[in-house]
Design a binder for this molecule. Structure first.
Ligand code: UT7
Length: 358
């Protein structure tokens, strides 16, 4: 029996950050509203493409696992904001890390990373692959209409990656569950795609539309149901879960989920204050931060769950291995940014404000 263990991890965070007070300089919002309703204090705005963030996270994860890019058997990249749809950006990461293997993007929105982790587990358990790189990378600032405070305050940019390796050692990914609730596909959406009327630039609307309260309810239901299912399938009691790493969309969603599951609040890892919602990147970034903060210890049982547009949901249960420190450290870094976040988004802010004034 082959077990799939996470052996390497890395994240890439753009240097420019945008605080709630920065947002309040051009829209009717406040630090108090955003903090108390979501838990977010700031988000990072990328000056480089999604694949650049993905590549830095991937290089760090590969070094942390003590392997080379050429050792990989598969690259799965979860994103809803690729720099290009054709080709996929897993191909860009592949070229940058020097891998010779299959590579593809998946779009399961905010659940994408856990969908990828589940696929990696199945590829390893079937004997098809021994080493799989799973990346979650997003540049969601691209999708934001800065005149819409209901969505503009929620999202941020970033990337995270893990290497998943085959091992005889019992543990690693114990099980996973995936679901989709298509009745909810219109309550969180962007019109980006072939349905766009390319010949009417003013009519282009690929910005994120969100029915926040409806997604809020369905998120708790979806993540809760799949978390319970994966625990039952793996015959693990929720009392034996040491750490929960949930998707970071709203701290109140996490609090409600955890309290409904009757899991102590201190077992939930929360880092939304620093990044906002980075969609497919929230969970791999959280894994990196939890390791850096010593919250992940050898042999711990970890439950991770997510939900996103679709409405997708996913839950993964895993038993962490022995190692919580990287084998090697990559010197890959996101390129320096010579301006601040407000200046980076200014052309988009001006565009949307002018459009709203019309
Ligand atoms: O990962 C998947 C994507 N994530 C999500 O879909 C998140 C799910 N939903 C949520 O996190 C929450 O529903 C939100 C954070 C989006 C909104 O929180 P809420 O508690 O559901 O607020 P609300 O939509 O009920 O709005 C309450 C009030 C409204 O004003 P009135 O009608 O009471 O006068 C809004 O206009 O807050 C107002 N509001 C704001 N005020 C200041 C909405 N956005 C803002 C804002 N700043 N940014």
């Amino acid at each position: 029996m082959q077990y799939a263990h996470i052996t390497g991890w890395g994240k890439a965070v753009p240097p420019a950050s945008l605080t709630n007070d920065d947002l309040a300089t051009f829209m009717e919002t406040s630090d108090e509203w955003v903090r108390t309703r979501t838990g977010i204090r700031k988000r990072h705005i990328s000056h480089v493409d999604t694949s650049v963030l993905a590549t830095v996270a991937a290089k760090k994860a590969i070094a942390a696992a003590g392997i080379e890019g050429s050792d990989l058997d598969l690259i799965i990249l979860a994103t809803a904001s690729p720099d290009t749809l054709i080709p996929n950006i897993a191909a860009t990461v592949q070229a940058e890390v020097g891998a010779t293997c299959g590579a593809f993007d998946i779009n399961a929105a905010c659940s994408g990373f856990l969908y990828g982790l589940g696929l990696a587990n199945s590829m390893i358990q079937s004997g098809q692959c021994r080493r799989v790189l799973v990346v979650g990378a997003e540049r969601l600032s691209f999708y934001l209409d800065w005149s819409k405070r209901e969505t503009a305050v929620l999202f941020g940019d970033g990337a995270g990656a893990v290497v998943v390796e085959a091992s005889e050692q019992e543990g690693g990914i114990l099980g996973y569950e995936l679901n989709n609730d298509p009745a909810g596909r219109d309550i969180l959406k962007s019109g980006f795609g072939t349905q766009m009327n390319r010949f009417e630039a003013d009519a282009l609307d690929f910005y994120i539309h969100l029915n926040g309260q409806e997604v809020f309810k369905r998120a708790i239901h979806g993540m809760g149901a799949l978390s319970t299912k994966v625990l039952e399938k793996c015959q693990v009691n929720k009392e034996d879960v040491d750490l929960v790493i949930p998707h970071q969309a709203n701290e109140r969603i996490i609090d409600t989920l955890i309290s409904r599951m009757k899991i102590p609040k201190e077992k939930a890892f929360v880092n939304i204050a620093e990044y906002g919602n980075t969609s497919a990147a929230t969970i791999p970034i959280a894994i990196c931060d939890a390791l850096e903060q010593g919250k992940i210890q050898p042999g711990q049982t970890i439950l991770s769950c997510a939900f996103g547009a679709g409405l997708t949901s996913a839950a993964v249960l895993l038993k962490w291995g022995e190692r919580t420190t990287p084998i090697n450290v990559s010197d890959a870094e996101v390129p320096a940014c010579d301006t601040d976040a407000l200046t980076l988004i200014k052309p988009a802010v001006d565009y949307f404000m002018a459009k709203t004034d019309k």
